[in-house]
Design a protein around this ligand. Sequence first.
Ligand SMILES: [Fe+2]
Ligand SMILES: [Fe+2]
Length: 276
Amino acid sequence: MKRVQALTESLTAHMRHEENKALPLGRDLPRPRRLGGIWASNTQDPGLRAGRAPTGFLSWPAKENKAMASPHTIQRSGRADWALMTAIHDALRRDLDQLLHPAASRTAARARWIVFRDQLRLHLAAEDAAMWRPARARLGGDPRGQALLDAMEDEHQLIGPLQAVTHDAFTMGADPRRLRQLLTRLRTRLTSHLAHEEADALPLIGQIMSQRELGAITRAIHGGYRVRHAALTVPWALAHASPDTCAQVLSQLPVPARLLYRTVWLPRYSRNARPL
Ligand SMILES: [Fe+2]
Ligand SMILES: [Fe+2]
């Protein structure tokens, strides 16, 4: 117990340190240029200039990208930086698919819905704060880049009300046909947004943001420096992921988080998760 507490404190300190280390947005990378529909970064990173993922906190060899393929993902960004992002997207798609075909009780379906709803809200809020807002500051004079960010924010806005109506239907015990109708609509809207984000927004973000900013995005989507969020998000996102994806996502986390995942977060998630 003392060891878990020490790990949690160490992880919290690490996350706060990383937060404080981040440079003020817009200072550490020159503005990107758009050339014939392709984003060209002015960065000095030779790997980036050659079209490879940046080295450092978020990167791993490109050959490992193949292991991340999922039947649900319409199109990957082609950059390995997004292992956690795409694992979360796949988990969102997985939960909606399972909610649409529940084999278990209404109570189990409602419990799964709450987990899904909380994770969806966290994910959209983290992206709004850590991704779209800083990216907008970088893309000040670029109408096409701004239009893409507008589309991302609009799509997030459209998901919110549908998620709220579906939540009300679950809470009020609406009939299964109505629930199915709402979940189908939510799935159409959400999967379309995730595909758009993976195909267009993530490659752009990967080009225009610095490695520190990409690290800040990863931290934001696994729960910021709130360890209790990471303790829920990471095992949920990896619950049905391939061993390669698990390894890639865990490699993005600080060492205390990896230890906590193996010794506390995953065992607790496995004990509490109810099959649908
Ligand atoms: Fe996302
Ligand atoms: Fe999004």
